[in-house]
Design a protein around this ligand. Sequence first.
Ligand SMILES: Nc1ncnc2c1ncn2[C@@H]1O[C@H](COP(=O)(O)OP(=O)(O)O)[C@@H](O)[C@H]1O
Ligand SMILES: O=C(O)[C@@H](O)C(=O)COP(=O)(O)O
Length: 432
Amino acid sequence: MGIRLGCIADDFTGATDLANNLVRAGMRVVQLIGVPHPGAPAPADADAVVIALKSRTEPAAEAVDSSLRALSWLRSAGAEQIYFKYCSTFDSTPDGNIGPVTEALMDALGTDFTVATPAFPDNGRTVFKGHLFVGDTLLSDSGMRHHPLTPMTDSNLVSVLGAQSTRPVGLIDHTVVAAGPDAIRDRIAELRKDGVGAAIVDAVSNDDLVRLGAAVRELPLVTAGSGLAIGLPANWGLRPSRAADRLPPAGGHAAVVSGSVSTATNGQVQEFLRTGRPAFSVDPLRIAAGADVAAQALAFAAAHLAEGPVLVYSTEAPGAVKDVQGRLGAAEAGELVERTLARVAQGLVGLGVRRLVVAGGETSGAVVQALGLTGLRIGPQIDPGVPWCAAALPDGDTLHITLKSGNFGGPDFFTASFAHLTGGGRQEGESV
Ligand SMILES: Nc1ncnc2c1ncn2[C@@H]1O[C@H](COP(=O)(O)OP(=O)(O)O)[C@@H](O)[C@H]1O
Ligand SMILES: O=C(O)[C@@H](O)C(=O)COP(=O)(O)O
């Protein structure tokens, strides 16, 4: 039998976030890094496969191409329904990539309608009357308005998605969602008749997502943040279970690599620094000036790894990031930092790090690719949306890794996360 749910995630932290929610809702999930070769067999015993792409900030045509290749592989693996996962803060630009990828997947699947909701109430993302809230504030008032690559300045998702789509975008509002799956199905039929291609769906609670999950059972394509995942496994008779989240015991040194400039990550870096633990700051302007910052970071790490987790970070507050972008260009600065942090991660593994926290979706993509990881096994949840994972390094050794979405995780995530791993991982002298 093939897989049931085939998922395409537009970044790597988003992929583990989705896999985590599916596992918790009872699915056996395999996460693959990038699109497998066309003939590669589907993993045995998986209910869902999540293909992690780094397509969120690619040019739209490239994002469409990689998403369609992922779709083609997932269909050949037997997927009965496709889930396009994007960020719970709807990270995108007027050029895409949520709209273009959604429409390309719809065309390839021969479907005229899909739903769109980034709601993830467990992490404070709710959608009401089509407007996205991050905690108590509108998206456009949240830290996301300063995002270096995908600044979000409009909270009205009907207009945000509309600007990226050729088809009309509609709304399934909360009165309908609250009325249950039949009411949602009726509204979908109505919107379809009006020629609407995609509808933003309100959801302010997990119950809303469960109702939506039941209502979209027959849709070939759903698009969402990771929240909708809690409502889908039940469509195949699956129930929540903790059996799927056990990982092998962890060992080796611990380190954190942070290229996220999100508000929550800034707080986590500040908290780590406040505790006086070893931390190395990566300055993009020094990289641009030709300094071998990766080598310097690794020399620092080598001297401090025995003390406990070492942090290497480029995380800065919005003002400093804007300044760097003004001098180097936003894309260029991003790439420069990602390349450096990926080299740092490679070097850290060379120094014996086997428990690695990576913060930021783009950063995670660069790190995971540089480490040559091809798949992740999903382990226990640290905070909503963030699980520990285990991966085989190219030499066969096991690396425990967590890919932390920028705005997820508690203030002490960079130390508290390590306590969620079992095994004799702690090093002598380590103070976590
Ligand atoms: N100090 C910095 N100045 C400019 N750009 C930076 C800086 N630090 C990180 N970046 C870049 O900003 C982007 C952050 O994106 P990401 O890793 O997805 O995390 P997040 O979305 O949480 O901010 C990456 O491309 C990263 O390389
Ligand atoms: O849905 C989410 O918020 C996350 O899964 C996610 O995709 C976050 O991306 P980054 O903020 O770039 O880590």
